[in-house]
Design a protein around this ligand. Structure first.
Ligand code: 13P
Length: 249
């Protein structure tokens, strides 16, 4: 069996009351699978996540951070703060951060470096928008995002990153990439990491309308190591079905 990484990205959803049963159920689900389970929660719930998940097999973390240690950065959260809550993971470079909040490849590169330096596991997201795919630019966009995002990092550091290919046109649209499209881009990503950084066996996830009904066909593709799951992670029953996906090596 392939060991899959199945990580939820709650985005700006859920509330305190919903999270109590959710964390209890997720702890149970993680006990009963050999897949790796994680969830990235809104930052205000990190304390609750730590309290609820610390002694479970569920990895947890944040959806963003800033690269500076401290100072006059109203509204921002540092890597030190995430470590105060024993976070394992931090999503960086999500397309919603890039497109709505105008984060550049260079901003994301600073954040990835800081997260690694502080012992956090970055989940580095990348992916093209619809017009870029339709214009035949998907591969060059992904290459640019990755090469800029990884600028200055060495092989060991890059091997500690979890990558997530999330084509923007598939996020929250119900229209996932086809298994072949996801496989093609993730295989390309692994080749790029190998050729430029001498990396082997990087973990690269797929994200974008991944749900119980398409998890098996997407996750059974040979280069795909798991999923970053938005909407479908909010319903614990559906997330459980995805987490219980079993595919051959
Ligand atoms: P959806 O699964 O809701 O399409 O979101 C994917 C995503 O952006 C995960 O980071």
């Amino acid at each position: 069996m392939k060991k899959l990484y199945l990580i939820g990205n709650m985005k700006m959803n859920m509330n305190y009351a919903d999270l109590e049963p959710y964390f209890a159920n997720l702890t149970q689900v993680a006990e009963n699978t050999s897949n790796v389970v994680g969830v990235c929660v809104p930052s205000v719930y990190l304390d609750f996540a730590k309290y609820s998940l610390e002694n479970s097999k569920v990895l947890f973390g944040a959806q963003n951070m800033y690269h500076e240690d401290k100072g006059a950065y109203t509204g921002e959260i540092s890597a030190h703060m995430l470590n105060d809550f024993s976070c394992d993971l931090v999503i960086l470079g999500h397309s919603e951060r890039r497109n709505i909040f105008h984060e550049s490849d260079e901003d994301i590169n600073l954040k990835v470096k800081k997260a690694l330096a502080e012992g956090l596991t970055p989940i580095l997201c990348f992916g093209e928008v619809k017009e870029e795919r339709e214009g035949g630019m998907a591969f060059s966009v992904v290459e640019r995002q990755l090469m800029n995002g990884l600028n200055g990092l060495d092989t060991d550091e890059i091997n500690r990153i979890i990558f997530a290919y999330e084509p923007v046109w598939a996020i929250g649209t119900g229209l996932s990439a086809t298994p072949d499209q996801a496989e093609e881009m993730i295989a390309f990503t692994k080749r790029l990491l190998h050729e430029n950084f001498e990396c082997h066996d990087n973990i690269v996830l797929y994200g974008g309308s991944l749900k119980a009904s398409n998890a098996n066909e997407i996750l059974s593709k040979p280069s795909i190591d798991g999923g970053l799951i938005g909407g479908a992670c909010l319903k614990i029953d559906e997330f459980e079905q995805i987490i219980n996906t079993k595919v051959d090596e």
